[in-house]
Design a protein around this ligand. Structure first.
Ligand SMILES: [Zn+2]
Ligand SMILES: [Zn+2]
Length: 286
């Protein structure tokens, strides 16, 4: 909760200048809201993202299946369409884990968030501060996820935990958070390491949680469009990169990283993928 009750106090908190539009909005809507409630907003945000973000790819699948088969040229595994019954099963499983694990975890982790110093005060962070912190969080999370995912492909890790996420040989958007509850917990941990090391404003934290989930859903969409802006991000993996990991399946010892490609390159776990790319490129030349 902001310990400010008047606009004059809010202006004093930002160094005597006028509040920006965003800061005025933040002051108006959060001044009397406890910090814990602002943090708990992650739960409805995540619920909305889990429900809305997979829809474009599912609609695309429905169109590519019958009305617009030409859309299949953007589909990574053009002949694979997940049956609706399995999509429904997947959705129910994701929502069950959300209600029993993800939501309660968000609520229980508030003392930790308070401890590491996630702030709700004014001034709001600049766009550059937000971008810099999000970049750090993505890099730290990617590194942590790489090693946890690699361990999940050990015999024990795969047979007891990770098998569920690999039920999809051709991923679809709803499959992004489709995993054993223990995997959700394990892979969720690196998401908190970045904000713990480099504490941010609550607005940045909301953005971080939302963007990470949207990124995962996009990576599992099953579609690769040449014009997506993420292709401009250096070392970004994307849907085609992760699709290869699912396509190879249980035996996959390739493309473990969740966001970027550099970990797999450094630790030599992208050799099969790069060989496949070379073969495809040479076929196009012929
Ligand atoms: Zn895997
Ligand atoms: Zn996956």
């Amino acid at each position: 909760m902001l310990s400010l009750s008047t606009i004059e106090e809010a202006q004093a908190a930002v160094g005597g200048r006028n509040l920006t539009t965003a800061e005025a909005l933040w002051f108006r809507h959060t001044a009397t809201v406890p910090d814990s409630w602002l943090y708990y907003m992650n739960v409805p945000y995540l619920f909305i993202i889990f429900n809305l973000a997979p829809l474009p790819a599912l609609v695309m699948d429905a169109l590519a299946r019958s009305l617009f088969p030409s859309l299949r040229r953007f589909k990574l595994q053009p002949s694979s369409f997940v049956p609706f019954s399995f999509v429904l099963h997947c959705y129910k499983s994701v929502m069950t884990v959300f209600l029993l694990v993800v939501g309660p975890l968000q609520i229980c982790s508030y003392p930790l968030i308070k401890f590491v110093g996630i702030r709700t005060s004014l001034p709001l962070p600049s766009i550059w501060e937000i971008l810099a912190q999000l970049t750090v969080y993505f890099i730290i999370e990617d590194y942590g996820n790489y090693w946890i995912h690699r361990w999940l492909h050990s015999e024990w890790g795969y047979n007891n935990i990770h098998y569920k996420h690999h039920e999809f040989v051709a991923p679809t958007s709803v499959a992004a958070p489709y995993a054993h509850w223990l995997e959700i917990l394990l892979l969720g941990f690196p998401s908190f390491v970045g904000p713990a090391l480099v504490p941010c404003h609550m607005v940045t934290f909301w953005l971080w949680i939302a963007l990470r989930q949207i990124e995962a859903i996009d990576t599992h969409s099953g579609y690769d469009f040449p014009w997506v802006p993420t292709k401009l991000i250096p070392f970004y993996g994307g849907s085609e990169y992760h699709d290869y990991h699912h396509f190879v399946g249980a035996k996959s010892q390739s493309n473990f990283a969740s966001v970027f490609t550099y970990c797999d390159y450094i630790y030599g776990t992208d050799k099969g993928y790069r060989y496949k790319r070379r073969v495809e490129a040479s076929r196009k030349v012929q």
